[in-house]
Write a protein of this length. Sequence first.
Length: 104
Amino acid sequence: MTITLAAETPGPYVHVDNRALVLSNGQTGVVFNLAQARWLCETLSIVADEGRATRMQGQHVFGGFAGAGGSTVVFGGTYDDVVTVRLSGEAFARLRDELESGGR
């Protein structure tokens, strides 16, 4: 049996569940295991408090900076492949809350 299904590329998104954080700019994406949740939460707290952060753990890079109009740019990936998305202030706050709760 063979199957071919129509599909489309989604736009940029950020997804959190109880296993992972996924950042996608619509073309490419990066996945962080929630075993790294403490590091991810700490990084986002620094971004919220200081307006910017870039942190590295092994081959992973994660960070962000305050953008225009209350938005926040969040980036993550590896040293040579970083995905960047812009989140509204409300979306950034929801991301922080969700990560702190472990994606439940």
